[in-house]
Design a protein around this ligand. Structure first.
Ligand code: PGA
Length: 253
């Protein structure tokens, strides 16, 4: 089964109203491959989500950067999955390393969030990835497998899940994983899914790479057989995001 290339733009905690409108107009004017070649999802901060959704071209979609783990209620500062659905926000990013590390989100908590968001009808970009220390001690695959297992233990349908492999040492550092390093983890992760979830899920789930992806390195990464797209931080705020979207055509060559 062909996996449609997926490019996510994670704007993180950045932008003013004017900047956000400018990014959207650049996206709206861009010529990119058609929807059957690439799926594009941008993730602005919560306060800009409805505006971006209303201004953005209809072939691109939007994602929240987080949501609460269960039904909403007395959880000051949180946004629930129900609210996202109610606002027609189709996607959510869950388990980004910045939240795992800075806000102590555990594998189990992330797994619970993924399961709850899916149950409400959201599509989920679920992030996994090792720290530099973990890579250097040789535990990359154990870490990524444990993060994925916490999701797999709670989820039985994977159609609405995109897995983002984002090595923590590559995020925002300019130190992109080599295409071989990305391919190695992606193929190991697919094998893990094959053995622990099932062959259909392994063959169909998109595994995207994140960590210092930019206009210059995206084509080489996109050419890796198990790299099904990208989650882009810094470069998603710049015009080169368009080049990253266009790298989807590498798969057609
Ligand atoms: P980066 O961030 O592209 O700025 O490294 C990626 C991410 O955190 O999703």
């Amino acid at each position: 089964m062909a996996r449609k290339f997926f490019v996510g733009g994670n704007w993180k905690c950045n932008g003013t109203l004017d900047e956000v409108k400018k990014i959207v107009s650049i996206l709206n004017e861009a010529e990119v491959p058609p929807e059957d070649v690439v799926e594009v999802v941008v993730s602005p901060p919560f306060v800009f989500l409805p505006l971006v959704k209303s201004l953005l071209r209809s072939d691109f979609s939007v994602a929240a950067q987080n949501c609460w783990v269960r039904r909403g209620g007395a959880f000051t500062g949180e946004i629930s999955a129900e609210m996202l659905i109610n606002s027609n926000i189709p996607w959510v990013i869950v388990g980004h390393s910045e939240r795992r590390l800075l806000l102590n989100e555990s594998n189990e908590f992330v797994g619970d969030k993924v399961a709850y968001a899916l149950l409400q009808g959201l599509k989920v970009i679920a992030c996994v990835g090792e720290t530099l220390e973990q890579r250097e001690s040789g535990s990359t695959m154990n870490v990524v497998a444990a993060q994925t297992k916490a999701i797999a233990d709670r989820v039985s349908h994977w159609e609405n899940v995109v897995l983002a492999y984002e090595p923590v040492w590559a995020i925002g550092t300019g130190k992109v994983a080599t295409p071989a390093q990305a391919q190695e983890v992606h193929s190991e992760l697919r094998k893990w899914l094959h053995d622990n979830v099932g062959p259909e899920v392994a063959a169909s789930v998109r595994i995207i790479y994140g960590g210092s992806v930019n206009g210059a390195n995206c084509e080489e990464q996109a050419a890796q057989p198990d790299v099904d797209g990208f989650l882009v931080g810094g470069a998603s705020l710049k015009p080169e995001f368009i080049d990253i979207i266009k790298s989807a055509t590498v798969k057609k060559k």
